[in-house]
Design a protein around this ligand. Structure first.
Ligand SMILES: [Zn+2]
Length: 283
């Protein structure tokens, strides 16, 4: 499942083909994904210029010259392909249509953007740009972890009285937007905090210490995604999935990588999600 760094990598990969470009033709090949598509979606997109591509949490937002914003969510298995990119960044030829190509944008500049989603947990929606803050998917989101409002005093005030495990508090999108299971596990490991610790029982220093670490974990992963774009070799033009080595995630039974720690990475299940951590150095 794509997390924030993967979505940001997709956004960066789409930008050269889409920003400032006109959607010559939008094709919508089914009535819905996770939810029904908005009415007349193809018609409302065709002819629009993409003014800018932004990301909010795990959503890609395309502001259009029509006064509307297109929201794209990759869901569990959604993939974005860029082919025929005229800027020479991606040299791929257009592919024959595949079974799960649900939405296709043919840009006036010759690029083709294909949204393929076998499991159909993805979503697209259109909203008035001026009223985007009221969109049900966006209005519930807390601050961006890489944005300016997510800082030490914010996180401390937000978490100091929470009786929930710190892991659940960080996964709560109202506290911080877009943080997922993998990067929360990694951040807690770097901070030596046990994922089941109650937020309210952590000292102020330990809570505030999470802020720069969360930023670092995400920034490192985005950088890895960025190098995957630069070194773009995937045959079909797919964006956003890259090799990244995690310290704890998926490493149950492996030795802890922290210098001087002889612990073994363990896994517990919290709210139905796996938490990976080192019982020796995370308290
Ligand atoms: Zn350890």
């Amino acid at each position: 499942m794509p997390e924030l760094p993967e979505v940001e990598t997709v956004r960066r990969g789409l930008a050269p083909a889409m920003e400032g470009a006109v959607i010559a033709k939008a094709s919508v090949n089914r009535p819905d994904l996770r939810w029904p598509f908005p009415e007349r979606m193809a018609e409302r997109l065709t002819g629009a210029t993409v003014l800018q591509l932004r990301r909010r949490s795990k959503y890609i937002l395309a502001d259009l010259s029509t006064g509307e914003t297109l929201l794209i969510h990759l869901g569990m298995s959604g993939r974005m392909l860029v082919t025929g990119d005229p800027l020479g960044q991606f040299v791929h030829d257009h592919q024959p249509a595949q079974k799960h190509d649900h939405v296709v944008f043919d840009m006036e500049n010759g690029a083709r953007i294909t949204f393929n989603d076998p499991r159909r947990f993805g979503a697209m929606d259109l909203m008035e740009t001026a009223r985007q803050a009221e969109h049900p998917l966006l209005t519930v989101l807390g601050p961006e972890p890489l944005g300016n409002t997510f800082d030490e005093s914010y996180l401390y005030e937000r978490l100091k009285d929470r009786k929930t495990p710190i892991k659940s508090a960080l996964l709560d999108q109202k506290n911080v937007a877009g943080l997922g299971n993998i990067y929360v596990c990694e951040a807690l490991y770097r901070c030596r905090i046990h994922p089941a610790r109650k937020a309210a029982n952590l000292s102020k220093a330990r809570i505030t210490g999470l802020v720069p670490v969360i930023r670092d974990v995400l920034t490192d992963a985005i950088a890895a995604g960025g190098s995957s774009l630069k070194d773009f070799r995937q045959a079909d033009g797919e964006l956003g999935y890259f090799q990244y080595s995690f310290d704890v995630y998926g490493r149950e039974g492996d030795p802890c990588r922290r210098a001087g720690c002889d612990g073994t990475i363990a896994r517990i299940v919290q709210s139905g999600r796996s938490s990976f951590y080192c019982p020796q150095c995370q308290r």
